[in-house]
Design a protein around this ligand. Structure first.
Ligand code: MD3
Ligand code: FE
Length: 217
């Protein structure tokens, strides 16, 4: 059966959820590129393997990370920052694949952020038990640019808080292919991820991968 134009439109709207002004979930938006994304991830992680970085407080992050793009997010005992070089080998991060850039730009444009040019893509890998405690992303120079995040692999529960750490967060299930755009008034909200449960995804295996696109410089 073919959908009428009206049904097609309603269906498209239903896949978009606004968590609050400036924060929108686009359900399944990345499915169209899933094969190309995993092919590129394999190249990226061969050149710049995932590793567990240490926070300024001396804790090993349960989430393993790597980056692509002109800048990569790094942490060590001296602090959090964006760096052009991978501290592991001193080399520049792998460049941002066209399919990543196009996906991030299309997602941003579809919720009202045209001309988005991210220069950093942080790749997070969660294995069962890995979590991200509530935090704000404020190492970027320009808070006017949105952040775009792409969830892949096993589903996770995302915590979406307010502007103060103590604001009670809402829980949002994020599944493979979901893309979120965070900008404007949502840009500095606290957020985190609950410990990942066991699971399996045919493309990602027993983990969750999250890409976050940022304008760092
Ligand atoms: C809301 N990553 O890398 S993505 C992070 O699922 C991070 O790996 C989580 O938080 C993850 O910093 C969440 C969604 C996300 C990313 C950045 C944001 C939400 C955000 C920045 C500002 C507000
Ligand atoms: Fe974050």
């Amino acid at each position: 059966m073919t959908l009428s134009l009206f049904e097609g439109v309603t269906q498209r709207q239903a896949q978009r959820e606004e968590l609050c002004p400036g924060a929108t979930v686009l359900r399944g938006f990345a499915i169209r590129d899933e094969a190309a994304i995993f092919a590129q991830l394999s190249n990226i992680t061969t050149a710049a393997p995932f590793r567990h970085m240490v926070t300024p407080g001396g804790f090993r992050m349960s989430v393993a990370i790597t980056n692509c793009g002109s800048f990569g997010w790094v942490t060590d005992r001296t602090g959090y920052r964006y760096d052009r070089a991978n501290p592991e080998n001193g080399k520049p991060w792998p460049s941002m694949p066209d399919v990543f850039l196009k996906l991030a730009q299309d997602a941003a444009a579809s919720v009202g952020f045209p001309n988005y040019v991210p220069d950093a893509c942080l790749v997070n890998r969660y294995e069962p038990g890995a979590r991200l405690s509530l935090h704000q992303d404020k190492n970027e120079r320009d808070f006017n640019a949105p952040i775009v995040s792409v969830s892949l692999g096993i589903s996770a529960v995302f915590l979406w808080g307010g502007l103060r750490r103590g604001d009670k967060p809402m829980r949002v299930q994020l599944t493979h292919g979901d893309v979120m755009v965070w900008g404007g008034p949502a840009r500095l909200h606290y957020h985190g991820v609950l410990p990942l449960k066991d699971g399996y995804h045919p493309l990602a295996g027993a983990c969750r991968i999250n890409l976050t696109f940022r304008k760092a410089a």
